[in-house]
Ligand binder design. Structure first.
Ligand code: 3HC
Length: 687
C-alpha cells in the first residue's frame, strides 16, 4: 500500500500532505505517516516550521470509522499519541484547513499551534452522532481554544461551525482565500520564530472561573433533544471537566468516558447507522455505465399539503417547479401556504428573506395541465385512489415530453398498475415523500417492474440534491415503511380490547425512544384516514371512534381528548367504547404487561421486515433501518428495527413471537427468513 502521507520542503517549511481519499480519514497508515513526518521535521535542522494539509475534497474528516471494532483501531500510534506528538513538536506547526475538519481531524488541527482555513471550511466534533465524544483531547483542547460555550455546543450537538465563526471564537487564526497551502506556508514563515510555542493544552485563560450555570442553561435549552441518548451527557461532562481539572487529568477522564461510550450498544448502533445511510444510496444491480437524466424543471400535480411540501424541496434546491391545480382557489391557497412556511422558517433563521424570495420566484403556479409538458420530472400528489391516479397518468402520458420521468407520491398503491396506464412504464417510478414533505428526510423510491435503471439513478441523485435520504423499495402494499406499520397498528388495536390503554401502549413506545406511540400518531395523522365514511357500519374500534367524529387532533378528540392547546388527556369516552366493544366481541379483558406490548407491537415489525427482505422488496436489512429512523423517528441509538433485533438476539425475538402467536392469529404468520436466521445464529445486519 502506498503511504498516504508525503512531505516536501518549501524553503525551511516542511509541508506534510495527506492523500487518503475520499475524506482523509485518520486510518492507521495516516496516523503512522503523520508521526513519522513530525519526527522528520524534528530531525531536520533545515526545517523551522511545519504545515499540515490535505489533498482532495477535505482536511481530515475524522478517525476512520470503518476501523472501529477492528484491530486497526488499536494499531499504534493511536490518535491521542499522534496529536500529543504534533503539539510537542519544537517547531511551530500550522494546520491548513479546507473542506471539513471533523472529529479526529479537528483534534489534529487543535494540536497544531496555529490554524489557517479556507472561508468555506467547516469545523466540528460530530462524534456525538456516532455515540461517542472526541477521544483525542478534543473535549479538553477545544474549550481552551474556542471557549467553553462554543465547545459545549459543538461537542454535545455535533453541529459544525463555519470558518468565519471559527475565526471569531479563536479556533481559526486566519482565513485565507486562494492557494491554501501557499498561504499556510507564508503564515508558517511569519510565526516560525515565535517562542514559547503556543500550545492549546497549556492554555487556561478560557476555562478558568467559568460560571457552572453555563452547563445548566445549556441543558435546560437542549435537554429534550438528548432524550434517550448516552453520548450528549458524556460530552457535556467531558467539557465540564475541562473547566475543573488541569489538562493532563482532564484528558485521562476524557479517555475513560470515550471508552465507556465506545463499548456501549448505542455507539455500535449509531456507527452502524452511519454506514447504513450511505449504503442506502447505492443500487446494487444497475449497470455501471448508467447515466442520470437531466432534471431542469419539476412538475407537481396537486397543491395540497403534500404537493406544496414536495415542491418546496426543489425550490429550496434552486430547481424551478410548475405546480398544477384544478381550481384557482386551491392553487392560491397552496402557494400561500408555501410562502407562509418559508417565512416562518426565515423567522427562525433557517432562510434569509432573499432566499425566500428566490425560492418563491422559481414557482410557477398554474391551472394549465399542459404546462407540465416542459417538465423533466412530474410528481403527482393527488388523492390516494387508483382510478384517480390512473387517470392522471393517462393524461400525463399524452403531454409529457419524451424522456420525462413520471412519478407517483402514492404511499400504498401498486406502481406497476399505475405505470400500465401509460405507454412508457420504463419512465414511471414511485417517489414516496413523508409528511411534512419539506421537513422529513426520507424518500422511498419505489422501483416498478419496468422502471428504467437511469430513472432510478436519477431519483437517487436528485434525492441527494434536495437533501433527502433515499431508499429503494419494491412494489408491495405500503412499500417498506407503511407495510411494517400495519402489523404494529393491528396488534396495538387488539391490545386495547384485551385490556391495555392507549396511554400504556404509547408510553411503552415513547420509553423505547419513539417520538410518539401508535395512538398519538393516529390522532396526529387523522384516525379517519382510509375510513369507509359510513357511521352506521361499525366493524372495528376505529369505526366506532370515527362514527362519532373522534378523528384525532383536528377534531379535538381521537384516542385522546385534546384541550384548546392540543394537549392530550386520557379519554373516559374512549375507555367506555373500548370496554363496550370488547364485551360485544367477547374479548376477555386482562392486565397487559409492558413486555407483552413490546412483543406484540415491535417484534411483529421485525417479522414483517424479514418478509420484506425475503421477498426482495428491500435491497438490504440496513435500508429498512434507514426507512424507520428517517421516516418514523425510530431511535437511531437502537440502529433501526433490524439492527435492534440483531442486538436483542433473534432467538429472543422468535421466542417472544411464539409466546404471542396464538393471540396474534389470524393476523400473524412467521417469516421463514427470521426463523432460519434465529435457528442458524446469523444476523440481518452483520455476519
Ligand atoms: N471514516 C471512514 N469513512 C468515512 C468517514 C470516516 N470518518 N467519513 C466519511 N467516510 C466515507 C463514507 O462512508 C463514504 O464512503 P462510500 O463512498 O464508500 O459510501 C465516503 O467517505 C464519502 O462520505 P459521504 O458520502 O458522507 O460524503 P459527503 O461529501 O456527503 O460528506 C463528510 C463528507 C462531511 C466528511 C461526511 O462523510 C461525514 O460527516 N463524515 C463523518 C465525520 C465524522 O463523524 N467524523 C468523526 C469520526 S469519529 C472520531 O473522529 C473519533 C475521534 O474523536 C477519536
Amino acid at each position: 500500500m502506498t503511504n498516504p502521507i508525503s512531505t516536501r520542503k518549501h524553503g525551511d517549511v516542511l509541508i506534510i500532505l495527506s492523500n487518503n481519499p475520499p475524506v482523509n480519514a485518520l486510518s492507521a497508515a495516516v496516523r503512522e505517516g503523520l508521526v513519522a513526518a513530525i519526527e522528520q521535521a524534528e530531525a531536520d535542522d533545515g526545517v523551522n516550521a511545519v504545515v499540515i494539509a490535505c489533498e482532495g475534497q477535505t482536511f481530515f474528516a475524522g478517525a476512520d470509522v470503518a476501523e472501529f471494532g477492528t484491530p486497526k483501531a488499536f494499531q499504534q500510534p493511536m490518535l491521542p499519541q499522534v496529536v500529543d506528538q504534533i503539539e510537542a513538536c519544537t517547531k511551530p506547526v500550522v494546520a491548513a484547513i479546507h473542506g471539513t475538519a471533523l472529529g479526529g481531524g479537528l483534534e489534529v488541527a487543535l494540536s497544531c499551534h496555529y490554524r489557517v482555513a479556507d472561508p468555506t471550511a467547516k469545523l466540528g466534533t460530530p462524534e456525538v452522532k456516532l455515540g461517542l465524544l472526541p477521544g483525542a483531547g478534543g473535549t479538553q483542547r477545544l474549550p481552551r481554544v474556542a471557549g467553553v460555550e462554543k465547545a459545549l455546543r459543538m461537542c454535545a450537538t455535533g453541529a459544525p461551525i463555519g470558518a468565519r465563526e471559527a475565526q471569531e471564537c479563536g479556533l481559526v487564526d486566519r482565513l485565507v482565500e486562494g492557494d491554501l497551502i501557499q498561504h499556510a506556508v507564508a503564515y508558517a514563515e511569519e510565526v516560525k520564530g515565535v517562542r514559547p510555542i503556543r500550545k492549546a493544552s497549556e492554555r487556561q485563560d478560557r476555562v478558568e472561573n467559568i460560571d457552572p450555570s453555563v452547563f445548566d442553561e445549556f441543558l435546560k435549552a437542549n435537554g429534550r433533544k438528548f432524550r434517550g441518548f448516552d453520548a450528549p451527557m458524556k460530552n457535556i461532562e467531558a467539557v465540564r471537566i475541562a473547566t475543573q481539572k488541569p489538562y493532563a487529568e482532564g484528558v485521562l477522564d476524557e479517555r475513560k468516558l470515550f471508552m465507556e461510550l465506545m463499548s456501549g450498544g448505542q455507539a455500535k448502533a449509531q456507527q452502524y447507522f452511519f454506514f447504513a445511510e450511505r449504503k442506502a444510496a447505492k443500487i446494487d444491480d444497475i449497470p455501471e455505465d448508467t447515466r442520470p437524466r437531466d432534471i431542469k424543471r419539476v412538475g407537481v400535480i396537486g397543491a395540497g399539503t403534500m404537493g406544496g411540501g414536495i415542491s418546496m424541496n426543489f425550490l429550496s434546491a434552486g430547481i424551478p417547479v410548475t405546480i398544477v391545480e384544478m381550481g384557482q382557489e386551491a392553487l392560491d391557497r397552496g402557494a400561500g401556504v408555501m410562502r407562509k412556511n418559508y417565512e416562518s422558517s426565515a423567522a427562525r433563521g433557517r432562510f434569509t428573506p432573499e432566499q425566500v424570495e428566490r425560492a418563491m420566484g422559481l414557482l410557477n403556479p398554474t391551472l394549465d395541465f399542459d404546462a407540465l409538458a416542459e417538465c423533466d420530472l412530474i410528481i403527482e400528489a393527488v388523492y390516494e385512489n387508483m382510478d384517480v391516479k390512473k387517470e392522471v397518468f393517462g393524461r400525463l402520458d399524452k403531454i409529457a415530453k419524451p424522456g420525462a420521468i413520471l412519478a407517483s407520491n402514492t404511499s400504498y398503491l401498486n406502481i406497476d398498475e399505475i405505470a400500465a396506464s401509460t405507454s412508457r412504464p420504463q419512465d414511471v417510478v414511485g417517489l414516496h415523500f413523508f409528511s411534512p414533505a419539506n421537513v422529513m428526510k426520507l424518500l422511498e423510491v419505489v422501483r416498478g417492474a419496468k422502471t428504467a435503471p437511469d430513472v432510478l439513478l436519477t431519483a437517487m441523485q436528485l434525492a441527494k440534491r434536495i437533501k433527502k435520504v433515499a431508499v429503494v423499495a419494491g412494489v408491495c402494499h405500503g412499500f417498506i415503511g407503511n407495510r411494517m406499520l400495519m402489523p404494529r397498528q393491528v396488534e396495538a388495536m387488539k391490545l386495547l380490547l384485551e385490556g391495555a390503554t392507549p396511554e400504556q401502549v404509547d408510553r411503552v413506545h415513547v420509553e423505547f425512544g419513539m417520538p410518539m406511540g401508535p395512538f398519538q400518531m393516529a390522532d396526529l395523522a387523522g384516525v379517519d384516514i382510509g375510513w369507509h365514511r359510513d357511521p352506521n357500519r361499525i366493524e372495528s374500534l376505529r369505526d366506532a371512534l370515527c362514527s362519532i367524529e373522534r378523528w384525532g387532533q383536528k377534531k379535538g378528540a381521537g384516542f385522546y381528548d385534546y384541550d384548546e392547546k392540543r394537549r392530550p388527556s386520557p379519554s373516559p369516552v374512549v375507555q367506555e367504547i373500548i370496554e363496550k366493544f370488547a364485551a360485544e366481541k367477547g374479548v376477555e379483558r386482562r392486565e397487559i404487561t409492558d413486555q407483552e406490548i413490546v412483543e406484540r407491537t415491535l417484534y411483529p415489525m421485525v417479522n414483517e421486515g424479514a418478509k420484506i427482505l425475503e421477498e426482495g422488496m428491500a435491497q438490504r436489512a440496513s435500508d429498512i433501518d434507514v426507512v424507520w429512523v428517517y421516516g418514523y423517528g425510530w431511535p437511531v441509538y437502537r440502529g433501526g428495527p433490524m439492527h435492534w433485533a440483531d442486538a436483542e438476539g433473534l432467538t429472543k425475538i422468535v421466542d417472544g413471537l411464539k409466546r404471542q402467536e396464538e393471540r396474534m392469529k389470524p393476523d400473524f404468520s412467521f417469516s421463514k427468513l427470521l426463523l432460519d436466521k434465529a435457528a442458524d445464529g446469523s444476523k440481518f445486519t452483520r455476519g
